[in-house]
Design a protein around this ligand. Structure first.
Ligand code: P5A
Ligand code: ZN
Length: 480
Protein backbone atom coordinates (compact mmCIF):
# COMPACT_ATOMS: atom_id res chain seq x y z
CA UNK A 1 0.00 0.00 0.00
CA UNK A 2 1.15 3.52 -0.70
CA UNK A 3 1.88 5.42 2.44
CA UNK A 4 1.26 8.93 3.64
CA UNK A 5 4.32 10.91 4.72
CA UNK A 6 3.41 13.36 7.41
CA UNK A 7 6.86 14.05 8.90
CA UNK A 8 8.21 15.87 5.91
CA UNK A 9 4.89 17.63 5.50
CA UNK A 10 5.00 19.06 9.01
CA UNK A 11 8.54 20.30 8.51
CA UNK A 12 7.63 22.25 5.41
CA UNK A 13 4.14 23.19 6.52
CA UNK A 14 4.32 26.92 5.91
CA UNK A 15 5.45 26.42 2.32
CA UNK A 16 2.94 23.59 1.84
CA UNK A 17 0.10 25.84 2.97
CA UNK A 18 0.91 28.51 0.40
CA UNK A 19 1.33 25.95 -2.35
CA UNK A 20 -1.93 24.23 -1.61
CA UNK A 21 -3.98 27.44 -1.53
CA UNK A 22 -2.53 28.22 -4.91
CA UNK A 23 -2.46 24.82 -6.65
CA UNK A 24 -5.82 23.65 -5.34
CA UNK A 25 -7.22 27.04 -6.39
CA UNK A 26 -8.57 27.96 -2.98
CA UNK A 27 -7.41 31.50 -2.36
CA UNK A 28 -5.15 33.81 -4.32
CA UNK A 29 -3.05 35.99 -2.10
CA UNK A 30 -1.41 37.95 -4.91
CA UNK A 31 -4.00 40.73 -4.84
CA UNK A 32 -2.13 44.06 -4.82
CA UNK A 33 -3.13 45.02 -1.28
CA UNK A 34 -1.32 43.42 1.66
CA UNK A 35 -3.64 41.29 3.78
CA UNK A 36 -6.32 40.90 1.08
CA UNK A 37 -6.93 37.82 -1.03
CA UNK A 38 -9.38 36.37 -3.52
CA UNK A 39 -11.53 33.31 -2.95
CA UNK A 40 -11.38 31.25 -6.15
CA UNK A 41 -14.26 29.03 -7.27
CA UNK A 42 -13.09 25.83 -5.56
CA UNK A 43 -12.21 27.66 -2.36
CA UNK A 44 -15.45 29.59 -2.50
CA UNK A 45 -17.44 26.35 -2.77
CA UNK A 46 -15.59 24.92 0.23
CA UNK A 47 -16.20 28.12 2.19
CA UNK A 48 -19.90 28.01 1.29
CA UNK A 49 -20.24 24.43 2.52
CA UNK A 50 -18.54 25.30 5.80
CA UNK A 51 -20.76 28.35 6.23
CA UNK A 52 -23.80 26.17 5.61
CA UNK A 53 -22.86 24.14 8.69
CA UNK A 54 -22.30 27.34 10.66
CA UNK A 55 -25.68 28.74 9.62
CA UNK A 56 -27.51 25.48 10.33
CA UNK A 57 -26.11 25.27 13.83
CA UNK A 58 -26.79 28.94 14.65
CA UNK A 59 -30.27 28.92 13.13
CA UNK A 60 -31.20 25.77 15.02
CA UNK A 61 -30.30 27.54 18.28
CA UNK A 62 -32.62 30.48 17.43
CA UNK A 63 -30.04 32.93 16.19
CA UNK A 64 -31.34 35.33 13.53
CA UNK A 65 -29.18 36.42 10.62
CA UNK A 66 -28.90 40.16 9.96
CA UNK A 67 -26.71 42.56 8.00
CA UNK A 68 -25.25 45.73 9.52
CA UNK A 69 -23.54 48.56 7.63
CA UNK A 70 -19.82 48.36 6.95
CA UNK A 71 -19.24 51.94 8.16
CA UNK A 72 -19.24 53.05 11.79
CA UNK A 73 -19.16 56.75 12.74
CA UNK A 74 -16.10 57.71 14.76
CA UNK A 75 -18.09 58.87 17.78
CA UNK A 76 -19.90 55.54 18.02
CA UNK A 77 -16.75 53.47 17.69
CA UNK A 78 -15.37 55.53 20.60
CA UNK A 79 -18.31 55.14 22.97
CA UNK A 80 -16.94 52.19 24.94
CA UNK A 81 -13.56 53.31 26.28
CA UNK A 82 -11.78 49.94 26.62
CA UNK A 83 -13.05 48.80 23.27
CA UNK A 84 -11.76 51.78 21.34
CA UNK A 85 -8.44 51.61 23.16
CA UNK A 86 -8.08 47.98 22.08
CA UNK A 87 -8.93 48.62 18.45
CA UNK A 88 -7.83 52.17 17.57
CA UNK A 89 -4.47 51.11 16.16
CA UNK A 90 -6.17 48.67 13.82
CA UNK A 91 -8.89 50.81 12.25
CA UNK A 92 -9.06 51.85 8.60
CA UNK A 93 -10.73 55.25 8.21
CA UNK A 94 -12.88 56.69 5.46
CA UNK A 95 -12.29 60.44 5.48
CA UNK A 96 -13.42 61.58 2.02
CA UNK A 97 -16.66 61.35 0.05
CA UNK A 98 -15.70 62.12 -3.52
CA UNK A 99 -13.85 65.44 -3.23
CA UNK A 100 -15.44 66.41 0.07
CA UNK A 101 -13.73 65.93 3.35
CA UNK A 102 -16.21 64.21 5.68
CA UNK A 103 -17.26 66.12 8.80
CA UNK A 104 -17.24 62.88 10.72
CA UNK A 105 -14.68 60.17 10.02
CA UNK A 106 -16.15 56.74 9.28
CA UNK A 107 -14.47 53.53 10.39
CA UNK A 108 -14.47 50.35 8.35
CA UNK A 109 -15.83 48.04 11.02
CA UNK A 110 -13.11 46.01 12.78
CA UNK A 111 -16.00 44.18 14.53
CA UNK A 112 -19.61 45.31 15.04
CA UNK A 113 -20.38 45.81 18.73
CA UNK A 114 -20.51 49.58 18.16
CA UNK A 115 -22.60 49.19 14.98
CA UNK A 116 -25.30 47.12 16.61
CA UNK A 117 -25.27 49.17 19.84
CA UNK A 118 -27.41 52.09 18.66
CA UNK A 119 -29.82 49.68 16.95
CA UNK A 120 -30.32 47.49 20.02
CA UNK A 121 -31.16 50.69 21.88
CA UNK A 122 -34.03 51.19 19.40
CA UNK A 123 -35.16 47.58 19.24
CA UNK A 124 -35.20 46.66 22.91
CA UNK A 125 -37.84 48.23 25.15
CA UNK A 126 -39.07 45.61 27.56
CA UNK A 127 -38.14 42.28 29.11
CA UNK A 128 -40.48 40.77 26.55
CA UNK A 129 -38.00 41.77 23.82
CA UNK A 130 -35.25 39.66 25.41
CA UNK A 131 -33.23 37.67 24.67
CA UNK A 132 -32.06 38.87 21.26
CA UNK A 133 -29.67 36.63 19.36
CA UNK A 134 -28.30 37.96 16.07
CA UNK A 135 -25.43 37.08 13.80
CA UNK A 136 -23.95 38.22 10.53
CA UNK A 137 -21.32 36.81 8.18
CA UNK A 138 -19.39 39.70 6.62
CA UNK A 139 -16.05 41.28 5.87
CA UNK A 140 -14.39 43.24 8.63
CA UNK A 141 -11.16 45.20 8.38
CA UNK A 142 -8.23 45.21 10.76
CA UNK A 143 -4.98 46.97 10.06
CA UNK A 144 -2.90 44.10 11.44
CA UNK A 145 0.67 45.09 12.18
CA UNK A 146 2.04 41.58 12.79
CA UNK A 147 3.10 39.66 9.68
CA UNK A 148 0.02 38.86 7.63
CA UNK A 149 -0.64 35.34 6.38
CA UNK A 150 -3.32 34.14 3.94
CA UNK A 151 -6.56 33.19 5.77
CA UNK A 152 -4.73 33.20 9.11
CA UNK A 153 -3.94 36.86 9.68
CA UNK A 154 -5.56 39.02 7.02
CA UNK A 155 -6.49 42.67 6.97
CA UNK A 156 -9.78 42.11 5.25
CA UNK A 157 -11.33 39.24 7.19
CA UNK A 158 -13.82 38.10 4.57
CA UNK A 159 -15.53 35.37 6.55
CA UNK A 160 -16.20 37.02 9.87
CA UNK A 161 -19.13 35.31 11.54
CA UNK A 162 -20.02 37.51 14.47
CA UNK A 163 -22.91 36.89 16.84
CA UNK A 164 -24.31 39.53 19.17
CA UNK A 165 -26.80 38.77 21.92
CA UNK A 166 -28.64 40.72 24.63
CA UNK A 167 -30.14 39.34 27.85
CA UNK A 168 -32.00 40.41 30.98
CA UNK A 169 -29.49 39.16 33.54
CA UNK A 170 -25.83 38.31 33.98
CA UNK A 171 -26.79 34.67 34.59
CA UNK A 172 -28.54 34.53 31.22
CA UNK A 173 -25.53 36.05 29.52
CA UNK A 174 -23.33 33.43 31.19
CA UNK A 175 -25.73 30.77 29.98
CA UNK A 176 -25.50 32.19 26.47
CA UNK A 177 -21.72 31.94 26.65
CA UNK A 178 -22.12 28.23 27.43
CA UNK A 179 -24.57 27.76 24.55
CA UNK A 180 -22.13 29.50 22.18
CA UNK A 181 -19.29 27.26 23.37
CA UNK A 182 -21.51 24.27 22.62
CA UNK A 183 -22.37 25.59 19.17
CA UNK A 184 -18.72 26.19 18.30
CA UNK A 185 -17.71 22.77 19.59
CA UNK A 186 -20.35 21.31 17.26
CA UNK A 187 -19.06 23.29 14.29
CA UNK A 188 -15.47 22.18 14.89
CA UNK A 189 -16.59 18.57 15.44
CA UNK A 190 -18.40 18.61 12.11
CA UNK A 191 -15.14 19.71 10.53
CA UNK A 192 -13.00 17.23 12.48
CA UNK A 193 -10.94 20.08 13.94
CA UNK A 194 -9.58 19.33 17.43
CA UNK A 195 -9.51 22.11 20.02
CA UNK A 196 -8.99 23.10 23.63
CA UNK A 197 -11.28 25.55 25.41
CA UNK A 198 -9.64 28.08 27.70
CA UNK A 199 -10.51 31.17 29.64
CA UNK A 200 -8.13 33.81 28.36
CA UNK A 201 -6.01 35.52 30.98
CA UNK A 202 -7.18 38.93 32.17
CA UNK A 203 -4.39 40.70 30.24
CA UNK A 204 -5.41 39.09 26.96
CA UNK A 205 -9.20 39.34 26.89
CA UNK A 206 -11.29 41.04 24.21
CA UNK A 207 -11.32 44.83 24.49
CA UNK A 208 -14.50 45.71 26.38
CA UNK A 209 -15.32 42.22 27.72
CA UNK A 210 -15.76 40.93 31.27
CA UNK A 211 -14.11 37.71 30.21
CA UNK A 212 -13.13 35.83 27.06
CA UNK A 213 -13.28 32.12 26.29
CA UNK A 214 -11.22 30.92 23.36
CA UNK A 215 -10.95 27.84 21.18
CA UNK A 216 -7.43 26.97 20.08
CA UNK A 217 -6.30 24.26 17.71
CA UNK A 218 -2.80 23.06 16.80
CA UNK A 219 -1.49 23.60 13.31
CA UNK A 220 0.73 20.92 11.73
CA UNK A 221 3.89 22.84 12.61
CA UNK A 222 3.03 22.57 16.32
CA UNK A 223 1.91 26.16 16.79
CA UNK A 224 -1.46 26.94 18.35
CA UNK A 225 -4.03 29.00 16.51
CA UNK A 226 -7.06 30.72 18.02
CA UNK A 227 -10.04 29.68 15.90
CA UNK A 228 -12.90 31.24 17.79
CA UNK A 229 -13.74 33.36 20.81
CA UNK A 230 -16.78 33.86 23.02
CA UNK A 231 -17.04 36.98 25.15
CA UNK A 232 -19.27 38.04 28.01
CA UNK A 233 -19.52 41.81 27.56
CA UNK A 234 -21.41 42.41 30.80
CA UNK A 235 -23.08 45.84 30.72
CA UNK A 236 -20.08 47.67 29.29
CA UNK A 237 -21.60 48.33 25.90
CA UNK A 238 -25.20 48.64 27.09
CA UNK A 239 -24.15 51.45 29.45
CA UNK A 240 -22.18 53.16 26.70
CA UNK A 241 -25.07 52.88 24.23
CA UNK A 242 -27.90 53.20 26.77
CA UNK A 243 -29.50 49.90 25.84
CA UNK A 244 -32.14 49.61 28.56
CA UNK A 245 -35.21 47.49 29.09
CA UNK A 246 -38.22 47.65 31.38
CA UNK A 247 -38.07 44.85 33.96
CA UNK A 248 -41.14 42.86 35.07
CA UNK A 249 -41.41 45.03 38.16
CA UNK A 250 -41.23 48.25 36.18
CA UNK A 251 -37.58 49.29 36.56
CA UNK A 252 -35.21 50.42 33.79
CA UNK A 253 -32.21 48.09 33.59
CA UNK A 254 -29.22 47.85 31.24
CA UNK A 255 -29.11 44.65 29.17
CA UNK A 256 -26.31 42.09 29.50
CA UNK A 257 -24.52 41.23 26.28
CA UNK A 258 -22.37 38.56 24.74
CA UNK A 259 -20.64 38.26 21.39
CA UNK A 260 -18.70 35.52 19.70
CA UNK A 261 -16.84 35.15 16.46
CA UNK A 262 -15.03 32.89 14.05
CA UNK A 263 -13.29 33.65 10.76
CA UNK A 264 -11.54 32.11 7.76
CA UNK A 265 -9.03 30.77 10.27
CA UNK A 266 -11.51 27.91 10.56
CA UNK A 267 -10.95 27.21 6.86
CA UNK A 268 -7.19 27.52 7.34
CA UNK A 269 -7.40 24.93 10.11
CA UNK A 270 -9.64 22.64 8.07
CA UNK A 271 -7.31 22.77 5.08
CA UNK A 272 -4.16 22.32 7.16
CA UNK A 273 -4.93 19.83 9.87
CA UNK A 274 -6.16 17.01 7.67
CA UNK A 275 -3.56 17.48 4.93
CA UNK A 276 -0.59 15.37 3.91
CA UNK A 277 2.37 15.55 1.56
CA UNK A 278 0.07 15.12 -1.44
CA UNK A 279 -2.12 18.08 -0.59
CA UNK A 280 -5.47 18.64 1.05
CA UNK A 281 -7.73 15.96 2.45
CA UNK A 282 -11.28 17.24 2.84
CA UNK A 283 -14.01 15.77 5.02
CA UNK A 284 -16.81 14.52 2.73
CA UNK A 285 -19.49 16.67 4.39
CA UNK A 286 -17.87 19.89 3.16
CA UNK A 287 -15.86 18.75 0.12
CA UNK A 288 -17.06 20.65 -2.99
CA UNK A 289 -16.59 17.40 -4.92
CA UNK A 290 -17.14 14.21 -2.94
CA UNK A 291 -16.28 11.78 -5.71
CA UNK A 292 -14.21 12.27 -8.82
CA UNK A 293 -14.72 9.80 -11.67
CA UNK A 294 -11.69 9.06 -13.82
CA UNK A 295 -11.91 6.92 -16.94
CA UNK A 296 -8.97 4.57 -17.52
CA UNK A 297 -9.07 4.38 -21.31
CA UNK A 298 -8.03 1.25 -23.15
CA UNK A 299 -7.37 1.06 -26.86
CA UNK A 300 -10.60 0.48 -28.75
CA UNK A 301 -12.77 0.71 -25.63
CA UNK A 302 -12.46 4.45 -24.97
CA UNK A 303 -16.01 5.21 -25.94
CA UNK A 304 -17.62 2.40 -23.96
CA UNK A 305 -15.64 3.35 -20.89
CA UNK A 306 -16.61 7.00 -21.19
CA UNK A 307 -20.28 6.04 -21.62
CA UNK A 308 -20.11 4.00 -18.43
CA UNK A 309 -18.51 6.92 -16.61
CA UNK A 310 -21.33 9.23 -17.70
CA UNK A 311 -23.91 6.67 -16.60
CA UNK A 312 -22.28 6.42 -13.18
CA UNK A 313 -22.00 10.18 -12.88
CA UNK A 314 -25.76 10.46 -13.46
CA UNK A 315 -26.59 7.76 -10.91
CA UNK A 316 -24.47 9.48 -8.27
CA UNK A 317 -25.91 12.90 -9.07
CA UNK A 318 -29.44 11.54 -8.78
CA UNK A 319 -28.51 10.22 -5.36
CA UNK A 320 -27.38 13.62 -4.18
CA UNK A 321 -23.65 12.93 -4.22
CA UNK A 322 -21.45 15.84 -5.32
CA UNK A 323 -19.68 14.20 -8.23
CA UNK A 324 -17.56 15.25 -11.16
CA UNK A 325 -16.36 13.35 -14.19
CA UNK A 326 -12.86 14.27 -15.34
CA UNK A 327 -13.07 13.56 -19.05
CA UNK A 328 -10.23 15.85 -20.11
CA UNK A 329 -8.67 14.20 -23.12
CA UNK A 330 -5.17 15.54 -23.22
CA UNK A 331 -4.21 14.45 -19.71
CA UNK A 332 -3.14 11.05 -18.39
CA UNK A 333 -5.12 9.34 -15.62
CA UNK A 334 -1.98 9.64 -13.47
CA UNK A 335 -1.94 13.43 -13.66
CA UNK A 336 -5.66 13.51 -13.00
CA UNK A 337 -5.13 11.47 -9.82
CA UNK A 338 -2.48 13.98 -8.79
CA UNK A 339 -4.74 16.98 -9.45
CA UNK A 340 -7.69 15.71 -7.44
CA UNK A 341 -5.55 14.38 -4.64
CA UNK A 342 -4.07 17.84 -4.29
CA UNK A 343 -7.60 19.23 -4.00
CA UNK A 344 -8.51 16.74 -1.32
CA UNK A 345 -11.46 15.06 -3.05
CA UNK A 346 -12.36 12.34 -0.52
CA UNK A 347 -13.07 9.51 -2.96
CA UNK A 348 -12.13 8.59 -6.51
CA UNK A 349 -13.84 6.14 -8.83
CA UNK A 350 -11.83 4.61 -11.63
CA UNK A 351 -13.43 2.75 -14.49
CA UNK A 352 -11.22 0.62 -16.70
CA UNK A 353 -11.82 -2.26 -19.11
CA UNK A 354 -11.74 -4.87 -16.35
CA UNK A 355 -14.31 -2.96 -14.27
CA UNK A 356 -16.48 -2.62 -17.35
CA UNK A 357 -16.35 -6.35 -18.07
CA UNK A 358 -17.14 -7.34 -14.50
CA UNK A 359 -19.74 -4.66 -13.75
CA UNK A 360 -17.60 -3.31 -10.94
CA UNK A 361 -15.99 -0.02 -9.92
CA UNK A 362 -12.76 0.75 -8.10
CA UNK A 363 -13.03 3.29 -5.28
CA UNK A 364 -10.02 4.94 -3.63
CA UNK A 365 -10.02 6.81 -0.34
CA UNK A 366 -8.05 10.03 -0.26
CA UNK A 367 -7.40 9.91 3.48
CA UNK A 368 -5.79 6.45 3.66
CA UNK A 369 -5.14 5.88 -0.06
CA UNK A 370 -6.86 2.48 0.32
CA UNK A 371 -8.62 1.00 -2.71
CA UNK A 372 -11.66 -1.21 -2.76
CA UNK A 373 -13.70 -2.75 -5.55
CA UNK A 374 -17.45 -3.17 -5.42
CA UNK A 375 -20.33 -4.06 -7.71
CA UNK A 376 -21.86 -1.14 -9.53
CA UNK A 377 -25.24 -1.67 -7.82
CA UNK A 378 -23.62 -1.37 -4.40
CA UNK A 379 -21.70 1.77 -5.30
CA UNK A 380 -24.09 4.40 -3.89
CA UNK A 381 -24.47 2.67 -0.52
CA UNK A 382 -20.76 1.95 -0.41
CA UNK A 383 -19.92 5.62 -0.99
CA UNK A 384 -22.35 6.82 1.64
CA UNK A 385 -20.86 4.40 4.12
CA UNK A 386 -17.36 5.49 3.14
CA UNK A 387 -18.19 9.17 3.66
CA UNK A 388 -19.12 8.42 7.25
CA UNK A 389 -16.09 6.23 7.81
CA UNK A 390 -13.74 8.78 6.29
CA UNK A 391 -15.19 11.55 8.41
CA UNK A 392 -14.85 9.55 11.61
CA UNK A 393 -11.35 8.38 10.84
CA UNK A 394 -10.11 11.85 9.85
CA UNK A 395 -11.50 13.27 13.04
CA UNK A 396 -10.01 10.49 15.15
CA UNK A 397 -6.59 10.89 13.56
CA UNK A 398 -6.61 14.66 14.03
CA UNK A 399 -7.61 14.35 17.68
CA UNK A 400 -5.05 11.70 18.44
CA UNK A 401 -2.22 13.82 17.05
CA UNK A 402 -3.56 16.79 19.00
CA UNK A 403 -3.57 14.81 22.25
CA UNK A 404 -0.14 13.34 21.61
CA UNK A 405 1.13 16.87 21.41
CA UNK A 406 -0.37 18.06 24.68
CA UNK A 407 1.97 17.68 27.64
CA UNK A 408 1.37 17.96 31.37
CA UNK A 409 4.53 19.60 32.71
CA UNK A 410 5.89 20.07 36.22
CA UNK A 411 9.30 21.41 35.28
CA UNK A 412 9.42 24.71 33.47
CA UNK A 413 12.69 24.05 31.63
CA UNK A 414 11.23 20.85 30.27
CA UNK A 415 8.18 22.75 29.03
CA UNK A 416 10.33 25.25 27.28
CA UNK A 417 12.41 22.52 25.64
CA UNK A 418 9.32 20.67 24.38
CA UNK A 419 7.85 23.80 22.85
CA UNK A 420 11.17 24.67 21.29
CA UNK A 421 11.83 21.21 19.83
CA UNK A 422 8.40 19.83 18.98
CA UNK A 423 5.82 22.52 19.53
CA UNK A 424 2.43 21.53 20.90
CA UNK A 425 0.60 22.63 24.02
CA UNK A 426 1.90 22.40 27.57
CA UNK A 427 -0.26 22.35 30.68
CA UNK A 428 1.03 23.62 34.03
CA UNK A 429 -0.49 24.41 37.39
CA UNK A 430 -0.88 28.13 37.84
CA UNK A 431 -2.07 30.06 40.90
CA UNK A 432 -3.86 32.57 38.69
CA UNK A 433 -1.74 35.61 39.54
CA UNK A 434 -0.70 37.85 36.69
CA UNK A 435 2.86 37.91 37.97
CA UNK A 436 3.25 34.11 37.86
CA UNK A 437 1.41 34.02 34.53
CA UNK A 438 3.87 36.37 32.88
CA UNK A 439 6.77 34.50 34.41
CA UNK A 440 5.54 31.20 32.95
CA UNK A 441 5.21 32.87 29.56
CA UNK A 442 8.69 34.38 29.74
CA UNK A 443 10.42 31.24 30.95
CA UNK A 444 8.79 28.97 28.39
CA UNK A 445 9.05 31.58 25.61
CA UNK A 446 5.43 30.96 24.76
CA UNK A 447 2.01 32.47 25.16
CA UNK A 448 -0.67 31.56 27.66
CA UNK A 449 -3.79 30.35 25.89
CA UNK A 450 -5.58 30.59 29.20
CA UNK A 451 -6.96 28.47 31.95
CA UNK A 452 -8.37 25.07 30.96
CA UNK A 453 -12.18 24.93 31.06
CA UNK A 454 -12.68 21.58 29.40
CA UNK A 455 -11.21 19.16 31.94
CA UNK A 456 -13.51 16.72 33.71
CA UNK A 457 -11.77 16.31 37.03
CA UNK A 458 -9.46 19.03 38.18
CA UNK A 459 -6.78 17.80 40.57
CA UNK A 460 -4.96 20.01 43.00
CA UNK A 461 -1.36 20.88 42.26
CA UNK A 462 1.19 23.56 43.01
CA UNK A 463 1.76 26.68 40.95
CA UNK A 464 4.83 25.97 38.85
CA UNK A 465 6.28 29.37 39.83
CA UNK A 466 5.29 30.17 43.41
CA UNK A 467 4.24 26.74 44.71
CA UNK A 468 0.84 27.87 45.99
CA UNK A 469 -1.84 25.15 45.95
CA UNK A 470 -4.22 25.52 43.00
CA UNK A 471 -6.61 23.59 40.79
CA UNK A 472 -6.08 25.93 37.85
CA UNK A 473 -4.31 24.51 34.88
CA UNK A 474 -2.81 26.97 32.40
CA UNK A 475 -2.18 26.01 28.80
CA UNK A 476 0.66 27.55 26.83
CA UNK A 477 1.98 27.27 23.31
CA UNK A 478 3.87 29.07 20.60
CA UNK A 479 1.08 30.77 18.73
CA UNK A 480 0.13 32.20 15.36
C1 P5A B 1 -16.51 38.32 18.66
C2 P5A B 1 -17.28 38.54 17.40
C3 P5A B 1 -14.38 39.57 18.22
O1 P5A B 1 -14.09 40.34 17.34
N1 P5A B 1 -16.57 40.60 18.23
C4 P5A B 1 -17.57 40.00 17.39
C5 P5A B 1 -15.76 39.60 18.89
N2 P5A B 1 -13.53 38.64 18.71
S1 P5A B 1 -12.04 38.40 18.11
O2 P5A B 1 -11.44 37.44 18.98
O3 P5A B 1 -11.36 39.64 17.98
O4 P5A B 1 -12.22 37.80 16.69
C6 P5A B 1 -12.91 36.59 16.52
C7 P5A B 1 -12.07 35.58 15.79
O5 P5A B 1 -11.72 36.07 14.52
C8 P5A B 1 -10.47 35.53 14.14
N3 P5A B 1 -9.60 36.64 13.71
C9 P5A B 1 -8.94 36.70 12.52
N4 P5A B 1 -8.92 35.85 11.48
C10 P5A B 1 -8.18 36.17 10.40
N5 P5A B 1 -7.45 37.31 10.31
C11 P5A B 1 -7.44 38.19 11.34
N6 P5A B 1 -6.74 39.32 11.23
C12 P5A B 1 -8.21 37.90 12.51
N7 P5A B 1 -8.44 38.54 13.68
C13 P5A B 1 -9.27 37.76 14.39
C14 P5A B 1 -9.90 34.76 15.32
O6 P5A B 1 -10.14 33.39 15.14
C15 P5A B 1 -10.75 35.29 16.47
O7 P5A B 1 -10.90 34.32 17.48
ZN1 ZN C 1 1.89 31.39 41.37
Amino acid sequence: MRSVDRENWRRRFSEWFREVLDEAEIYDYRYPIKGCGVWRPYGFALRRNVLQIVRNILNSTNHEEILLPLLIPENFLAKEAEHVRGFEDQVYWVTMGGRDKLDLKLALRPTSETAIGPMLKLWIKSHRDLPKKYYQIVSVFRYETKATKPLIRVREITTFKEAHTAHATLEEADKQVREAIGAYAKIFDELGIPYVINKRPEWDKFAGALYTIAFDTLMPDGRAMQIGTVHNLGQNFSRAFEIKYLTKDGRQEYVWQTCYGISERVLAALISIHGDDRGMVLPPNVAPIQTIIIPIPYKGEEEKILEKCIEIENILKKNGIRVKLDNREDITPGSKFYDWERRGVPTRIEIGPKDLREGKVTISRRDTLERIRCREEEMVDKLRELFKLIHESMKRRAWSWFKENTYRISNIAEGRRILEEKGGIIEVYWCGSEKCGHKIQDETESRMLGEALDLENMDIGECIICGRKTSRLARLAKTY
